[in-house]
Design a binder for this molecule. Structure first.
Ligand code: NAD
Length: 262
């Protein structure tokens, strides 16, 4: 199986922590040159120093940008691809704040769409010409299992994820003739700062201890545990590899078997 990404350039968004950071690490382990995008320069600089290097010519760098600032994101990404075309794009950003759909503000929807759907589309549009020229392209979007089964209490998030999934499926069909694949990875509960926030919110609302809430959530998962971010990143790295060249337009849950639907 060909997992070698030597000479490929991966742009990994939301890379300063959690799943994005784990993706940067796994792609680097397969030999890719990684550009880590997020908002905090200091954290990214440290990450770039720590990323694995499998060969002497492997180079990593970082890009400071905010997925909610469309113009700033465009300028940063255009500058990047002008110097180094991108072959692998991992679309990822912080999840929208929890809360029901009923009562959610228009601004909450607009903000989530801007940081996810719009940012993903903007970046894809900027990197696709380089992928076409290289005859190799991988777009992997980190979404959520809520694409298959909307999650209670995540109204804005559920809605936004579905929009991203539909965008990705459409794009996958359009780009397939160019050797570019577009896929979604759907994490289940994963041990990152994001899940800590969700567990705390649910515990507070139910009036139970955080540990008890985590235990209750874990017991709903057939594997009885949350994922390690590296387990989500392994799926992303595989989809980014040459070995996954005939896989496009899919939603891949990585959730310990939690999703009940087919
Ligand atoms: P996280 O909050 O730990 O990390 C998010 C990353 O995105 C960080 O690097 C953060 O700096 C970056 N980021 C946030 N807002 C940004 C912005 N405006 N511009 C640029 N970068 C920004 O989240 P995570 O747990 O790693 O999750 C990543 C994605 O996967 C999120 O969309 C999340 O909702 C989704 N997800 C997570 C879980 C889970 O259990 N952790 C489950 C399902 C889906």
């Amino acid at each position: 199986m060909d997992l070698d990404l030597t000479g490929r350039h991966a742009l990994v968004c939301g890379a300063s922590q959690g799943i994005g950071r784990a993706c940067a690490v796994e792609l680097a382990k397969l030999g890719a040159n990684v550009t880590a995008l997020a908002r905090r320069a200091k954290v990214l600089k440290q990450l770039v120093e720590e990323l694995p290097r499998t060969h002497t010519s492997q180079m990593h760098d970082f890009l400071v940008a905010d997925s909610g600032d469309t113009d700033g994101l465009r300028a940063a990404a255009e500058k990047l691809v002008a110097a180094h075309p991108v072959h692998i794009l991992v679309n990822n950003s912080g999840g929208p704040p929890p809360g029901p759909a009923h009562g959610a503000t228009i601004d909450a929807f607009l903000d989530a769409y801007r940081k996810h759907l719009i940012a993903n589309h903007l970046l894809a549009e900027i990197v696709i010409p380089g992928m076409q020229a290289a005859g190799y392209g991988r777009v992997v979007n980190i979404i959520s299992t809520s694409v298959k089964e909307p999650i209670a209490g995540l109204g804005v998030s559920n809605t936004t994820r579905w929009a991203v999934a539909s965008w990705a499926k459409t794009l996958a069909t359009e780009l397939a003739p160019f050797g570019i694949t577009v896929n979604n990875v759907l994490p289940g509960s994963t041990k990152t700062p994001r899940i800590k926030q969700i567990v705390q919110t649910r515990a507070q609302k139910s009036g139970v201890e955080v540990e008890a809430m985590q235990h209750a959530m874990e017991s709903e998962i057939p594997m009885r545990r949350f994922a390690d971010p590296s387990e989500i990143a392994a799926a992303v790295a595989f989809l980014a590899s040459p070995a996954a060249g005939y896989i496009s337009g899919i939603n891949m849950p990585v959730d310990g078997g939690r999703t009940r639907s087919l």
